[in-house]
Design a protein around this ligand. Sequence first.
Ligand code: SAH
Length: 241
Amino acid sequence: MAKVLINKYDKFLIKDLNKDFHTKYGFFKKEDLKKKTGSKLVSNTKKEFTVFDPYFIDLYKKIKRDAQVIPLKDIGLIVAETGINSSSEVIDAGSGSGALCCFLANIVKEVTTYEIREDFIKIVKHNIDFLSLKNVKIKNKDIYEGIDEKNIDLVVLDLPEPWKAIESAKKALKTGGFLVSYSPSVPQTADFVNEINKNESFVHVKTSEIIEREWEINGRKVRPRSQQIGHSGFISFARRI
Ligand code: SAH
């Protein structure tokens, strides 16, 4: 059980409702934290916040992050272009902190995530538990050596050498299924797409980079926020034929 406290100036996720919650706006008594969604809570310094039960995204933004995780803008494109839904079966590799894996698990039927490093698997397990996800399987395996699952709708790669997973993906995917690769650099992206182009079993659909510009709006002071995400990665989409 967790709660969100929000007002126009700030937002907090409270994970432990059994002790008073201290903020720079004063503290909130533990008896108040359990009040129902929509209640107004007032701190000891008379600052008012609204309390609500967290949505998935409120918890997701607080997961542990160790490896470089895919930003939301890029996950958005993967979800939109593949149209995955509650009947989709997905393979994810490598798990890293499990950010992409967990986000997809909230949408699809099942995600199986492959990761070679045990220290990352611990983080993924922690995050799955924190988000109460019941549809994730973790495999401590090298995806370049093969994928055990069959009839998969989407294989997503976030790996240093994604072209080495093309053969594994080929055997796992349904005809028409998607192979998506996310890479931070141009040579990795080119090597992956060139391999796809040579492969009779795949069609390259497109490669894109998403540039998001967040704006600050305060009266007539309307301008792009000064701190933005710089470059994250290129996303390549292919289909199994
Ligand atoms: N998409 C992840 C981040 C992935 S970072 C997220 O959103 O959190 C890349 C991960 O791939 C690392 O954890 C690395 O250990 C793992 N990895 C590298 N090669 C691999 C392989 N051959 N098979 C499985 N995992 C691999």
